[in-house]
Design a binder for this molecule. Structure first.
Ligand code: LLP
Length: 387
């Protein structure tokens, strides 16, 4: 990802910024598309992971659909050329205004998260003489075994409809003339690397599918959500995920009927590896007990380490093997006035100096999109290669 030319180019640029390797992104997209295509599976990109313009254009060009969680994401998907027939709208709190915008845009379907939401969509669609396609997001109570902040499929989570409410759902679907039921939707969490979790999810999807069919409903779409994780520990060696093993779980364990479509909503795994947060060392503070590298990027640019104790590999791109002297342990921190503004403690790095360029790796997912303006920070820009 970082050859000498790229590093030379960084020298002349103002930091911090997000660097996107669009060639690597395209190779990742091609690998995913090929693996899904083998089984006829459909992938919607979970736009919340990254909505950089070039990233969206690349993803759209590979024929992916878009999984959106706000009215603005729906509009962005359409603006960047995603086909409206491949746009889905999820989220536990869709406002009336957002639902109306999506109805007017005639998107493929709403992933509905409560019985009350079914009522609201039905009323808004009726008022416009439209029929809204809906999939029911069901909380399958499958433990994703990931960080508790990014687990979504347990009874205690706010997402989806619990199975004990399905009778109400069935009744509501039958009595709502402006709704067209298309299928069932699941998403159990993010950064899942244990394929056993997806196998358990398949078992639950099969059971719930049978429940609906026993009551006379036809299911056209089985949507398994997203969640496939990436390897944050070795960004170079593992920069394209094992899509084959992932999709094969669903091929082997999901009960797919003739004519049904299987949908996925992958975010992180498509975009994480092909971007890094690039910053400079502003100051090196050598204390008695601690050495600090103070960067010009902090929690306002990448909050994942501070919010989820997430690991991101940190590299000093200015110290190549020839000029590495002794390794030093640094607490790598940002400039923000919060003690939690620390990317990681005790990071072993070559002796580092003011002006060195530091890469925080695997930052393409939930990085730039979660940046904030706290401390009135300047909005962070993107730099690309492979345009
Ligand atoms: N579908 C639904 C309904 C979702 O809620 C999500 C992510 C996805 C798909 C995509 O999941 P992915 O394939 O990216 O794992 N900010 C956190 C992650 C939050 C994930 C939210 N939902 C982080 O930085 O780890």
């Amino acid at each position: 990802m970082f050859n000498d030319n790229v590093i030379d180019r960084f020298q002349g640029l103002e930091t911090p910024f997000y660097y996107y390797d669009l060639d690597l992104l395209r190779r990742t997209l091609a690998a995913c598309s090929e693996a899904a295509g083998k089984y006829g599976f459909h992938v919607h990109y979970a736009m919340k992971a990254n909505f950089d313009e070039q990233v969206l254009k690349a993803i759209q060009s590979y024929g992916f659909g878009a999984d959106c969680v706000s009215g603005n994401e729906v509009l962005a998907a359409l603006k960047y050329g995603f086909s409206k027939d491949k746009v889905v709208f999820a989220g536990v709190g869709k406002s009336d205004k957002e639902i109306i915008a999506a109805l007017d845009a005639d998107i493929f379907c709403f992933n509905v998260e409560s019985v009350q939401e079914l009522e609201v969509i039905n009323d808004l669609a009726a008022a416009r003489n439209k029929k809204a396609r809906v999939a029911i997001r069901i909380n399958p109570n499958v433990d994703a075994h990931t960080h508790h902040y990014i687990t979504t499929g347990l009874d205690e989570n706010k997402f989806g409809i619990n199975t004990w409410q399905l009778n109400d759902v069935a009744e509501k679907l039958r009595s709502s003339a402006s709704l067209e039921f298309v299928g069932i939707h699941f998403h159990v969490g993010s950064q899942i690397t244990d394929m056993e979790v997806f196998r358990s999810l398949c078992v639950r999807i099969n059971e719930i599918q049978t429940w609906f069919e026993d009551r006379g409903f036809t299911i056209k779409i089985l949507n398994a959500g997203g969640g496939l994780g990436v390897n944050y520990h070795s960004p170079d060696q593992n920069n394209i995920a094992d899509f084959d093993s992932y999709f094969k779980v669903f091929k082997d364990f999901l009960n797919v009927k003739p004519g049904q479509e299987v949908h996925f909503e992958l975010g992180r795994v498509l975009v994480a590896q092909s971007s890094a947060l690039i910053s400079r060392v502003l100051y090196v503070k050598n204390g008695q007990r601690k050495n600090f590298l103070v960067l010009d990027a902090g929690m306002t640019e990448l909050i994942r380490p501070m919010l989820y104790q997430a690991y991101h590999q940190i590299d000093n791109l200015s110290r190549t093997p020839e000029n590495v002297t002794d390794a030093v342990k640094y607490d790598v921190v940002g400039p923000i006035c919060e003690s939690t503004d620390c990317f990681r403690k005790d990071v072993e790095l070559p002796q580092s100096y003011r002006g060195d360029i530091i890469a925080v790796r695997t930052a393409g997912a939930y990085g730039q999109v979660m940046a904030s303006g706290y401390n009135l920070r300047t909005p962070i820009q993107s730099v690309y290669s492979g345009e």
